[in-house]
Design a binder for this molecule. Structure first.
Ligand SMILES: [Zn+2]
Length: 174
């Protein structure tokens, strides 16, 4: 799994992430195109999902392509930016493998299962520090950050993430 820039603006971050992932064996042959946009306002997906407009990155399944939102991305450190791209590659990975591992089936929604998967793959691929930094900057709850540190143990990680999201959904943690 490696990112391929489709424009000059995406080249630096793609080569940074590809370099970091050069020893990653997972689906090594798959190249995912990455395009840098000056705004997500022009993305068709942002019409149905307005929160997307302020996101730093998104994987569009129908195009099998990652888009990066330059202004949002540049508000992060270089390390966190790489983690954002790695997280989107995690979404691409879940798309390419077809179905998430059975262990993810216990999650409340398919959407949260895929988020947990993408987030963990970024950690598996060596971007944990950047993921953590990115989540702290975007205001993640301490319980989320604590669950994140369990990524090496997939079962425990899912248990902790699932528990946090249930508590959040029921208003126990805000
Ligand atoms: Zn995601």
């Amino acid at each position: 799994m490696r990112p391929i820039a489709t424009d000059a603006l995406a080249e630096q971050i793609c080569s940074q992430v590809a370099r970091h992932m050069r020893n990653v064996a997972t689906s090594a042959g798959i190249a995912v195109p990455v395009q840098m946009l000056s705004s997500f306002g022009q993305l068709a997906a942002a019409v149905s999902l307005p929160s997307l407009a302020s996101s730093a990155g998104v994987y569009i399944r129908s195009e099998r392509k990652i888009y990066l939102n330059q202004p949002a991305l540049l508000s992060y450190s270089s390390k966190a930016q790489a983690a954002i791209l790695a997280h989107e590659l995690g979404h691409a990975h879940s798309d390419y493998i077809g179905a998430l591992p059975a262990i993810y089936g216990s999650q409340t929604t398919a959407n949260s299962a895929e988020e947990f998967y993408a987030e963990r793959m970024a950690c598996v691929w060596g971007f944990f520090d950047g993921v953590r930094e990115m989540r702290i900057q975007s205001g993640a709850h301490a319980e989320y950050l604590s669950a994140l540190t369990e990524w090496p143990d997939e079962g425990l990680y899912l248990q902790r993430m699932g528990r946090y999201f249930l508590r959040k959904a029921s208003g126990i943690v805000t």
